[in-house]
Design a protein around this ligand. Structure first.
Ligand SMILES: NC(=O)c1ccc[n+]([C@@H]2O[C@H](COP(=O)([O-])OP(=O)(O)OC[C@H]3O[C@@H](n4cnc5c(N)ncnc54)[C@H](O)[C@@H]3O)[C@@H](O)[C@H]2O)c1
Length: 240
């Protein structure tokens, strides 16, 4: 969709930090800010993925946002930024009763620790009129699958983090908001990672189209569900 650019952008010359900038939503936001004249620090663990943004004028900052030292580098680079967009995120597909501690910790470190500590570190340095945008998900309000449940829990936590910092930064007149997208594109890495895994709900190896419609094996075998849930359709076709 084409949108009319304002003649003089509010973002012109302003510092913007965008995480998850090597792909999907983060990359699109970074490009939009660059087009509006912002000085964009593009943060991602994927160095190669950042290269096109560097060509477009961004400064790449390669960082594992689950790592406290790497987060500190991002906070240092983002001091005084007018915009902070927390789009980095990961997801795994695993029945809720089989989730392991390491993957659980990694998920929370990437999806929540990073967001919390970047808001905490950069937020108080932002100028009046600054804005933080955190990426949650429509799934945060649905809790409609048991296979991506830990992901949806982190996305629900995003809403809590967002409300708390919105309250804390209101006196500085810095806005903090969250966005809850549905499954907006099939080209993003996150979506691909779901599609590339077999449907663990129905346990059918042939079911590799979780997002493309009704699970062909739905109803043939009872999904790995929480006690009492019906689990009658493929959980993978739901929101991420
Ligand atoms: N795509 C969707 O349909 C959708 C729907 C709802 C919510 N979201 C949310 O929007 C955000 C962006 O989604 P997307 O589709 O663009 O995802 P994506 O997978 O395309 O991009 C996520 C980016 O985060 C980066 N990343 C992952 N782990 C990192 C780490 N430890 N340190 C630094 N960077 C790391 C990845 O390298 C990748 O470039 C995510 O938080 C996601 O949960 C996306």
């Amino acid at each position: 969709m084409d949108r009319e650019e304002p003649a003089v952008s509010e973002a012109d010359g302003q510092l913007a930090v965008v995480t998850g900038a090597a792909s999907g939503i983060g990359e699109a936001v970074a490009r939009r800010l660059l087009a509006a004249g912002a000085r964009v620090v593009a943060v991602d663990i994927n160095e190669r993925g950042l290269a096109p943004l560097v060509d477009a004028g961004a400064t790449a900052l390669v960082a594992d946002l689950a790592d406290p030292d790497d987060r500190a580098r991002v906070v240092a680079a983002g001091r005084g930024a007018r915009y902070l967009v927390n789009a980095a995120g990961i997801l795994f597909v695993r029945p809720i009763f089989e989730v392991g501690l390491d993957e659980w910790k990694r998920l929370w470190a990437v999806n929540i620790d990073s967001m919390f500590f970047l808001c905490q570190g950069i937020g108080p340095t932002m100028p009046e009129g600054g804005a933080i945008v955190n990426l949650s998900s429509s799934s945060s309000k649905l809790a409609s699958t048991v296979e991506v449940a830990p992901y949806t829990m982190t996305k629900a936590a995003v809403l809590g983090v967002t409300r708390s910092f919105a309250y804390a930064l209101a006196p500085r007149r810095v806005r903090v908001n969250a966005i809850c997208p549905g499954s907006w594109t099939r080209r993003c890495r996150m979506w691909s990672s779901i599609r590339s895994q077999p449907c663990v709900g129905c346990r059918s190896r042939s079911c590799r189209r979780p997002g493309s419609g009704r699970c062909p094996s739905a109803g043939q075998r009872r999904p790995m569900s929480a006690p009492g849930s019906s689990g009658s359709s493929c959980p993978m076709r739901r929101h991420t």
